[in-house]
Write a protein that binds this ligand. Structure first.
Ligand code: WTA
Length: 656
């Protein structure tokens, strides 16, 4: 029998096992061995979180832990002042750890840079002075549109040092998306790059950004990091090379003492309307949450571990678990510029071996891709230093969990399946790896200090264990979002209206096991898609598609996809008598790439004469999902024209 045959058989056998307790060798040395921390937190969650906040260096100690007098506008650690960049960098340098590597950066073409805490300390201060020199100060929003290079961390921390909230846009988004996010956040500056490298090619960034930025009145400065090379015209008076600005800047800049509730950043995320939501996080609570969870969920030993989170800094996972969480704890991390399959499909495992990675955190979609590429690629590398694995972004199917456990973890590494959201700021539901067993497919239990309930969508009452309901969070937590930038009303209506101002509406369906309280997160219940762990809005993609001149109407759904979890599938009706052609399909995909970014391009386009609508004109995406996935149709009696469905079914059958 081939090795692949053996592996299949082994995985089948493992599928019979329900629980995977931590190996004794791991549990013995783990930071937490039992549930006593959960119990301690339960005795007084607010006091418990206040205790965890002491892990940070405060300039002034907080006087109040939680202020819940005006729900859902909760505040944490009032009276306290601190600075995120001071906590991320200065205090480690002051403690004598300046020589410790913060990031082993590895470039696409194999370049290596070891960035120490002392390096960060110098560069962050210079960068903060460079921002100040351009008139940027406390409260001014600064956009960041950079690839995975150390400068992105320096830029974020420089903003934090002077109290300028950063607004990072994921490098895969289009210039138009950057423009929209800069416009709505009234950004005063943007830090970007000449060009970005991707799988051996270089794509211009500055010139594409230039095409759309001219119209922004508030944007006074564009800083340009020189990285990929190529054409990079600079506008006199507005544009500055980042390197020049840092070289000219003084290398001392005191960290500004900021109120615990001072906004640290906004990060735009997709919601159920076309307009992205500017999720706003503050300083003291957020940092408390990321510091505690990073240390305990990953069982971190900063002096010994080498940690690698494969996410991009442009998503919340990157903010919390590449930048702030790891730096709060003085971690040594790997930062990789490239894609998992460039220059070859074994690059991740090569890097794990090269840097001696001990803690590895990635997304199920990446694990599924690696499964496809075969177990022989990781087998070529020494992964014996790995001692813990993490998963984030979407539910992990048991088969992928077991492959991760066996092939990457060598059956000796606990897996933490971490459930959380951009809004929650940090991990909320998972297992503490030395204290709780892993259960493939279930994220685990709410962390200490976190309280969840699964409720009936109509009554809001808790559903019995084992029954599917809506996931809610029932107590405020320090890292929670505070509002949506400039839109308190939308903050209230999106999260706190359905079940009242004390119950946070998550937007995920889930169920809980009776015996151990483990939560299974099933997926979104709103019009939010999850493609490869990236969050996107159906409405946003639809509005990009209909802005194409030949399109009359569109409905987008997330079709179940074995590689990417969900894939974008668009039903499109064309203007007049136009016929759908492969060329037009390509044109529409490119149009979406321009408007939003390549990641939002539909994988599949179905030409439709009409879309299923209720009598009041609402598109019934649920029915479209049923036909796209080949299921029996649900109730069609509420449709204005039930005949539409037959026509669409015919189309789908034709295409297959
Ligand atoms: C989904 C990413 C199941 C969920 C950190 C959530 C998950 C949305 C998991 C948030 C997980 C995230 N198991 N589902 N471990 N982690 N999700 O804001 O639907 O990009 O609501 O944050 O991803 O996506 P976001």
């Amino acid at each position: 029998m081939t090795d692949t045959g053996h592996l299949e058989q082994d995985l089948e056998a493992l599928l019979q096992i329900e629980n995977f307790p931590p190996p004794a060798s791991f549990a013995e040395h783990a930071r937490i061995h039992d549930r006593s921390v959960h119990e301690a937190a339960a005795a007084d969650p607010v006091a418990w979180w206040a205790e965890q906040a002491k892990a940070l260096d405060w300039f002034t100690e907080p006087t109040t832990a939680l202020d819940d007098s005006n729900p859902p506008f909760y505040t944490w650690f009032k009276g306290g002042t601190l600075n995120a960049s001071y906590n991320a960098v200065d205090r480690h340098v002051l403690a004598g750890n300046g020589d410790r590597v913060a990031f082993h950066w590895h470039g696409e073409e194999g370049e290596q840079r070891a960035v120490t805490y002392a390096d960060l300390h110098r560069d962050v201060q210079r960068a903060a002075n460079a921002l100040k020199a351009r008139g940027i100060g406390k409260g001014d929003v600064v956009g960041i549109f950079l690839p995975m290079i150390p400068e992105v961390v320096v830029a974020m921390l420089a903003c934090a040092r002077i109290g300028a909230p950063h607004n990072v846009v994921f490098g895969g988004f289009s210039a138009e998306s950057v423009h929209e996010r800069m416009e709505v956040s009234e950004a005063k500056a943007l830090i970007t790059v000449d060009s970005a490298r991707r799988k051996g090619k270089t794509a211009p960034v500055k010139t594409t950004v230039d095409d759309v930025m001219g119209s922004l009145d508030t944007l006074e400065t564009i800083f340009v990091v020189q990285h990929g090379g190529g054409d990079c015209p600079m506008q006199d008076g507005r544009d500055v090379f980042w390197g020049d600005a840092l070289a000219a800047a003084d290398d001392e800049c005191e960290a500004e003492p900021l109120d615990a509730e001072h906004p640290l950043f906004i990060l735009y995320s997709s919601g159920s309307t076309a307009k992205p939501k500017g999720i706003q996080h503050t300083t003291g609570g957020y940092l408390t949450g990321v510091a505690w969870t990073h240390k305990h969920v990953f069982d971190l030993r900063p002096e010994e571990d080498v940690y690698w989170c494969s996410a991009d800094v442009g998503w919340i996972t990157g903010h919390s678990y590449i930048v702030y969480g790891p730096l709060m704890n003085g971690t040594t991390s790997v930062m990789f510029e490239g894609a998992p399959d460039y220059p070859h499909k074994g690059i991740w495992w090569e890097l794990c071996e090269q840097y001696g990675v001990t803690l590895f955190y990635t997304a199920p979609t990446a694990i599924r891709a690696c499964m496809k590429w075969g177990a022989d690629l990781p087998a070529q590398h020494d992964l014996s230093k790995l001692r813990l694995l993490g998963s984030v972004g979407e539910p992990i199917n048991p088969k992928a969990w077991l492959w991760y456990h066996k092939v990457i973890g060598g059956e000796r590494c606990p897996i933490v399946d971490t459930w959380w959201q951009t809004e929650t700021g940090h991990i909320m539901i998972t297992t503490l790896p030395g204290a709780q067993y892993g259960k493939p497919g279930s994220a685990g239990t709410p962390l200490p200090g976190v309280y969840a309930a699964i409720v009936d969508p109509d009554s809001g009452e808790e559903v019995p264990d084992g029954t599917q309901g809506l996931l809610t969070l029932t107590r405020p937590w320090p890292g929670m979002l505070r509002t949506l930038f400039g839109d308190d009303d939308r903050y209230v209506s999106t999260y706190w209206e359905k079940f009242g101002p004390q119950t946070y509406f998550v937007g995920d369906a889930s169920k809980r096991d009776a015996d151990d309280g483990y939560v299974w997160v099933i997926g979104r219940v709103d019009d939010v898609l999850n493609v490869s762990g990236h969050r996107m809005s159906t409405a946003e993609i639809e509005s990009a598609i209909v802005s194409h001149g030949k399109v009359a109407e569109s409905a987008v759904i997330g079709q179940t996809d074995e590689d990417t979890g969900q894939a974008v599938c668009a039903f499109v009706t064309l203007e007049g008598d136009l016929e759908g052609t492969p060329d037009l399909e390509a044109e529409i995909r490119e149009h979406v790439a321009q408007r939003i970014g390549k990641l939002a391009r539909p994988k599949r386009i179905v030409w439709a004469d009409d879309l299923p609508k209720t009598r009041s004109g609402k598109i019934m995406r649920r029915l479209l999902k049923d036909i796209a996935e080949g299921r029996a149709l649900g109730d069609v009696t509420t449709l204005r024209d039930p005949g539409v469905m037959q026509q669409l079914q015919g189309k789908i059958a034709e295409a297959q």
